[in-house]
Design a protein around this ligand. Sequence first.
Ligand code: 5GP
Ligand code: MN
Length: 336
Amino acid sequence: MMTDIEIEAIKDLLASPKKITIIPHRNPDGDAMGSTLGLYHFLVQQNHEILVMAPNEFPDFLAWLPASEKVVIFEKNTETCTEILNKSDIIFTLDFNALHRVGEIMERTLSKLDKTFIMIDHHQFPDSFAKYTFSDTKYGSTCEMVYHFIHQLNQQKLINKAVATCIYTGIVTDSGSFRYPATTSTTHRVVADLIDIGVENSKIHNQLFDTSSYSRLQLLGRALQNMKLMLENKTSYITLSQAELDEFNFEKGDTEGIVNYGLSIDGIDFTAIFIENLAEGIIKISFRSQGSFDVNQFSRSYFGGGGHINAAGGKSDKSLAETVIEFERIVKEIKK
Ligand code: 5GP
Ligand code: MN
């Protein structure tokens, strides 16, 4: 929770109309888009000028979120977006806690700004770039934190169906449909309240998980066939090369969730997926674990990323083959 002093200061700040920009992390997921759009629908009821500005495109499976069509993309409209940022009074940063998570160019722009930053986030080790920081790793999603933030402001009456729909979406996606350990009784109480407010929960699950394309399922099939087991190290991993992505007409979001299959095998407590991105010249990596193996620490130490204990991201500048060889070597060394 934020302190009473912080909440009072934010209330004062929001008491008069402001120009507000709300920013999710780069490659935004359900929690990043849900929390930014949820906050948007909350603040838009109070005469502020508000914009959600994503560093880059968000995936199609989130394009049904209310007001997602109004989201502006920094990397596609850098000049206009920079102007907007320069004119903003308040900048909310949601679902990330270090400015580099927005990408290099946008990071440079943001770090030059002398504005009131407000951070809401649930990752470990927050940087201190914000004037007001609501950072707590015990929450399973930033969306759940936005719900509590609105309650702390004592404005829960403004949680309408649009706010609730966005918040519900991030809670579902970041909790793996309520199955990860950070899912608490409070999470379920929040969700119950959101359903009372009018969230069409079953429809949202359908929009998120039951709207695959044929090519996406074929890509999933290839990914599963590519899975390698390192049983002695309780580890599995999947690779997808750029050629394979092209073969199955990859679109943003198509690889979402594939990493989790690696953990569903008996005897595996650590898994990774390596996805080649030729345009960016990197291998994008996702790590997942079960139990005490800390993938945030693992990614920080070896693959320039981070995240949470059981879910983290990272990257590699090496080739896909070299990255995998390096990964195997590290795993054999530290997970005997
Ligand atoms: P994903 O594997 O889905 O990209 O990311 C898993 C989790 O780790 C998410 O909560 C995501 O925000 C976080 N994450 C992904 N990449 C990075 C990174 O480079 N640095 C940090 N600190 N967190 C990351
Ligand atoms: Mn999140």
